[in-house]
Design a protein around this ligand. Structure first.
Ligand SMILES: NC(=O)c1ccc[n+]([C@@H]2O[C@H](COP(=O)([O-])OP(=O)(O)OC[C@H]3O[C@@H](n4cnc5c(N)ncnc54)[C@H](OP(=O)(O)O)[C@@H]3O)[C@@H](O)[C@H]2O)c1
Length: 315
């Protein structure tokens, strides 16, 4: 296990909440359809070992959502938290289903999440997607209500583009509340937040950019290849031709990993950290959690980051 660097602890947005520069994502915890929860080799015991190993390695930030496993992810975290014996910063999310039309629906959903998590308050409450029909401003009013009622310490958004982020930020500012975070897909396989200026905007405005799927749903670990695609639904997106295209990038990840005596997954996560975002890799067991947390405690050189940028540009 690496010793953490001072810069491995950062503030969440403009708040005084300190989070690790890498968190753990809990989508798979309780999700049968996409991640195969409950099938051979992926049990509640694996999840608890993954959670504990993450915290033991210095990770203190977990991201879940009411959607994940239809509440099962939050429920599992609620059961595990008292056994963890360490402070954990908990983030969850509200899903704006089209039948949820009023501010009150968000507060009711948050109360349900708190029940499952067995908490009085979460640290970060996020809107999962900027879906219609309810305007961004209405959900921001609801998030501000949630802060004022003490149900969450900070508020964030997810999957908002630059323009939507600015709207959310302005609506919250009118209530005197800063936008703490925007959670978007960001990895060596998905550079849109960098290209559209979202990453820079968030840095300038002290909005934490939380990077989801930072391992490209397992692809950037190097364990999948054209001859060994990921199982289930993931195999459709990361198919043979895609995996052939990314193989030079995977080769470079292996080369850099070998120079640092680490793994390709750690290099891919460290690249996200070097860009100023907080990766939240999913971990299905203790081994993956330890591997991922090993992205803390060191940094790639500027030249290595640039070489990875170029390899990723060529995909
Ligand atoms: N806001 C949103 O809309 C949104 C969307 C997606 C995700 N998220 C959040 O982001 C988190 C992470 O994203 P993600 O789960 O989509 O993708 P990810 O973190 O890129 O990939 C996670 C998967 O990769 C494999 N893996 C992880 N670490 C590994 C390691 N060290 N060695 C080998 N394999 C490893 C595991 O699956 P296998 O072992 O099965 O390969 C694991 O479930 C989620 O848990 C969730 O909290 C948010």
């Amino acid at each position: 296990m690496n010793h953490l660097l001072p810069e491995d602890r950062i503030y969440l947005g403009q708040s005084d909440i300190q989070i690790s520069a890498l968190g753990v994502g809990a989508w798979a915890w309780g999700d049968r359809m996409f991640w195969g929860y409950g099938k051979g080799g992926f049990s509640d015991a694996d999840i608890e070992a993954a959670f504990k190993a993450s915290l033991d390695a210095g990770v203190n930030f977990v991201d879940t959502a009411e959607m994940y496993g239809r509440g099962r992810s939050e429920q599992l975290i609620g059961q595990m938290l008292p056994r963890m014996e360490r402070p954990v910063v908990v983030a969850t999310k509200f899903f704006p289903w089209p039948y949820r039309l009023t501010r009150g629906r968000l507060l009711a959903a948050l109360r349900k999440s708190l029940e499952r998590l067995r908490l009085q308050q979460v640290d970060l409450y996020q809107i999962h997607w900027p879906f219609p029909p309810v305007p961004i401003e209405t959900w921001m009013q609801a998030l501000a209500d949630a802060v004022e009622q003490g149900l969450t310490r900070t508020v964030g958004v997810s999957n908002y583009n630059l323009q939507q982020t600015k709207r959310a930020q302005a609506a919250l500012a009118a209530r005197g509340i800063p936008l703490a975070s925007n959670q978007v897909q960001y990895s060596l396989l998905m550079r849109k937040p960098e290209r559209e200026g979202l990453l820079d905007y968030c840095r300038e405005h002290r909005i934490t950019l939380i990077a989801y799927s930072p391992l490209g749903q397992g692809v950037l670990t190097g364990k999948y290849s054209a001859d060994n695609p990921p199982p289930g639904l993931r195999g459709r997106r990361y198919n043979r031709s895609y995996l052939e295209r990314v193989s030079p990038l995977l080769e470079l990840l292996r080369e850099i990993a070998s120079a640092h005596h680490c793994t390709p997954a750690q290099v891919a996560l460290n690249w996200v950290i070097c860009k100023g975002a907080v990766p939240i890799p999913g971990a299905k067991n203790e081994r993956q959690a330890i591997d991922n947390a090993g992205a803390l405690g060191w940094r790639l050189s500027k030249e290595e980051v640039q070489a990875l940028d170029r390899a990723s540009d060529r995909i």
